[in-house]
Design a protein around this ligand. Structure first.
Ligand code: ADP
Length: 393
């Protein structure tokens, strides 16, 4: 029986898990799965490393399942694997660590209470992230649980980068730039040296381009600035999120459209970004396949904002040695990478078209002043490593 660590990522409509077996300290992903459509049409599926379905369940219409039920179903399933694997710790993805949690942390009731304080900072994500922690503390108190935060990697940002130009009292109360996607950036920073030792010791801009998109400036492995701020709304336009917007627009929506906080939240989180501009889809693949002018405009707005932020992060770093593409769009779309690299020609970026078409990992031409890489991210492995370390400590 091998010891195992499970990583849980609990969102608003799904709970995802990835089970790692430990072998001489190494972590091997063995089963992954999820319960999705929790409040609508719940469906559970678990697959082994080869993609073969290990278990599946569909709840019939009218049969209720809540988030606790979804987590219970997953832990029951993991219990059934007891013959092969002994679960010794759970690692949770938690979006917000606030001011205090700048490292992964072992969980107990007191830490959970502290993390609940950050619900107002991430009301759409934090409560879902914390739910399974509470449930497992109650029902499996002996199980080691660890929280890993999307904000933590950016704790190294200098004060000038974190500060909004608003009165100090609000800054002290936590109204500041945090940055997100930190587990993805931390993973890239951890593996970059294997690809490019010079970049790992130097200045890199990482583009995490997925449904949620952001960019991070990393200097010698440490985050010094990123495009996301107080919330994961800021920075680049995303699948359905607006990205940076003049705060005056919010005042206008309240005064002239009579919109309240919930209506604005829905507009900015769920109806904007690629979906809002195109009116067609939030999915980059669909927009790239479409010849509708609105789809083209949505992609143009997306890449234009990236072009602008590239300049901003390059300025924060004082120059760039390498650019890294990661996440769904960054890892898979040669077309978007080519556009972004063309826009960054002023930085000395020259693309190797053939290498880009085949997915890299190095996609810059030999005469490029900036090395360009495609590196798949692995947030779950990052969480599993932290969990393993804290469970063993
Ligand atoms: P999440 O942020 O939900 O983890 P992903 O990182 O999986 O999302 O990214 C999803 C995005 O990646 C979608 O917009 C999808 O269209 C895009 N994507 C995936 N494959 C391709 C591809 N081959 N070409 C363009 N976009 C792609």
């Amino acid at each position: 029986m091998r010891p195992a660590i499970v990583v849980l990522n609990a969102g608003s409509s799904s709970v995802k898990f990835l089970l790692f077996a430990e072998q001489d300290g190494a972590l091997e992903p063995v089963v992954r799965g999820q319960v999705e459509g929790i409040r609508t049409a719940p469906h559970f599926i678990a697959r082994d490393g080869a993609g073969k379905v290990r278990a599946e369940k569909t709840w019939s219409e009218g049969e209720k399942l809540d988030h606790d039920g979804a987590v219970r179903h997953i832990t029951d399933f993991l219990g059934e694997l007891r013959g092969e694997l002994a679960l010794r710790a759970v690692g949770h993805r938690v979006v917000h660590g606030g001011i205090d949690y700048v490292q992964p942390v072992r969980l107990d009731a007191a830490v959970l209470t502290a993390l609940e304080k950050y619900v107002p900072l991430a009301p759409l994500h934090q409560p879902h992230n914390l739910n399974p922690i509470r449930l497992l503390l109650e029902h499996r108190p002996q199980l080691v649980q660890v929280a890993c935060f999307d904000t933590a990697f950016h704790a190294t940002n200098p004060e000038v980068s974190r500060r909004f130009a608003i009165p100090a009292e609000l800054h002290e109360a936590g109204v500041r730039r945090y940055g997100f996607h930190g587990l993805s950036y931390e993973f890239i920073a951890a593996v970059l040296g294997k690809y490019d030792a010079q970049a790992a010791a130097g200045r890199t801009i990482v583009l995490h381009l997925g449904n949620g998109s952001s960019m991070c400036a990393i200097e010698a492995g440490r985050s010094i600035a990123s495009t996301m701020g107080f919330t994961a709304l800021d920075g680049l336009p995303m699948g359905t999120r607006c990205g940076a917007i003049d705060p005056g627009v919010l005042l206008y929506l309240m005064d002239q459209r009579g919109m309240d906080a919930r209506a604005i939240e829905k507009l900015l989180y769920s109806q904007s970004g690629l979906l809002g501009v195109s009116g067609i889809s939030s999915d980059m693949r669909k927009l790239l396949e479409s010849d509708d002018a609105r789809a083209r405009l949505a992609v143009d707005v997306y890449t234009y904002r990236i072009r602008r932020e590239m300049g901003s992060l390059a300025a924060a770093l004082g120059g760039v040695d390498a650019i890294v593409f990661t996440a769904g769009i960054g890892e898979n779309s040669a077309e978007i990478r080519a556009r972004i690299c063309r826009d960054a020609a002023w930085l000395g970026v020259r693309l190797d078209d053939a290498a880009n078409a085949s997915g890299g990992p190095r996609i810059s031409a030999p005469d490029s002043r900036v090395a360009v890489w495609v590196i798949p991210t692995n947030e779950e492995l990052m969480i599993a490593r932290h969990t393993q370390r804290l469970a063993t400590a």
